[in-house]
Design a protein around this ligand. Structure first.
Ligand code: GYE
Length: 336
């Protein structure tokens, strides 16, 4: 279900336009004055700061959970470690926060700590990525993206591109740069793309390698793949940061990328820098993933505060960008 798109657009226009690029703060602590002021105390466990997308995602909660909006937020950066997230959640529980927002670095291993939150009667709202738990009552709602569908969109784009180029029966060699091992965004995008690739006998996935959603790893892994395979036609890179690194590696190897190049680049996220590269024909296609989730979560908390029912899953709206639809207007409106 798509939640309040107008609020999203307003937030993009007003909020991020002011350029509030604060770094994730170290944990701050809830105090008694918050109760006096009647603020809703929200503990946010962010998984890290690995990408441009993640920075935007963190800024979206910082914009949503302000004192003016009636919140006191405790924000904790787990630096890619699940154990840090578990510690943060236990801290939130002992401080008796009103809500916990969790962006889980990996899918599995959450049962125990989520059970503890449930016993403390603190609703947990998942942000961005999902968890793999048998008991769905361990979290109240998820606001995120449909990563399997994102992977499918990448595959469908490649199908259409091959048809347009009258090359649909040509053999193509593909490498996949995967995000963090065990992360739902990685698992979903891999699965979605594989579903489409599986329909084509002439699509050869040479290798799929983890590159942690970072520029550095993207470059390192791509360098390695280029040494190993001389005939790569398509790179599917599961986020823009890895794509930036991969493009550097490809150029350094003497090969070219994009619309007029010899390696086709498929990316995910559609952050501003990447969209500029789409407009310039460097990246062929970018599957959008929307990081502005803080406002949606705030809406859910308001519903819960009013004793209303909420849905289990909210997916944000997402587009597919190629040279044809990255207009100046799109670029101007993209604040992350
Ligand atoms: O694509 C990537 C980030 O989980 C959807 O995590 C998110 C992904 C996003 O680091 O850039």
């Amino acid at each position: 279900m798509v939640l309040l798109p107008t609020i999203l657009i307003l937030t993009i226009m007003l909020g991020w336009g002011f350029g509030l690029f604060t770094k994730i703060e170290e944990e701050s602590y809830a105090s008694e004055t918050n109760e006096e002021e009647n603020l809703i105390v929200v503990g946010v466990s962010q998984l890290g700061s690995e990408s441009g997308w993640r920075t935007a995602n963190t800024e979206s909660v910082q914009m949503a959970f302000t004192k003016q909006n009636g919140y006191f937020m405790i924000l904790s950066n787990a630096r890619q470690k699940q154990e840090n997230q578990i510690k943060a959640i236990r801290n939130f529980i002992s401080q008796r926060v009103d809500y916990i927002v969790l962006a889980p670095v990996v899918e599995s291993g959450w049962e125990t700590v989520l059970q503890e939150a449930k016993e403390a009667e603190i609703p947990v709202i998942l942000m961005d990525r999902s968890v793999d738990v048998a008991d769905q009552s361990l979290y109240t709602a998820l606001v995120g993206t449909d990563s399997v569908e994102e992977g499918r969109k990448a595959g469908r784009w490649l199908e259409e591109y091959m048809i347009k180029k009258r090359m649909s029966d040509r053999d193509i060699n593909i490498v996949v740069l995967k995000g963090t091992e065990g992360a739902s965004a990685q698992i979903g995008r891999t699965a979605g793309f594989s579903i489409i690739a599986g329909k084509h006998n002439n699509w050869h996935i040479l290798e799929q390698r983890y590159a942690d959603f970072t520029i550095y790893k993207g470059k390192e892994v791509m360098k390695d793949l280029l040494k190993k395979y001389k005939d790569i036609d398509v790179v599917v890179s599961q986020n823009d940061d890895m794509t930036f690194g991969a493009i550097e590696a490809i150029r350094e190897s003497g090969r070219t990328v994009g619309v007029n190049g010899d390696i086709t680049i498929i990316s995910f996220d559609a952050v501003h820098n990447a969209l500029e590269m789409v407009a310039d024909g460097v990246i062929n296609v970018d599957i959008e993933c929307n990081p502005n989730q803080g406002e949606y979560i705030s809406d859910i908390i308001r519903l819960l505060e009013n004793g209303q029912e909420v849905e289990k899953r909210y997916y944000v709206e997402e587009d597919v960008f190629t040279m044809e639809n990255v207009t100046q207007e799109v670029l101007n409106g993209r604040t992350y």
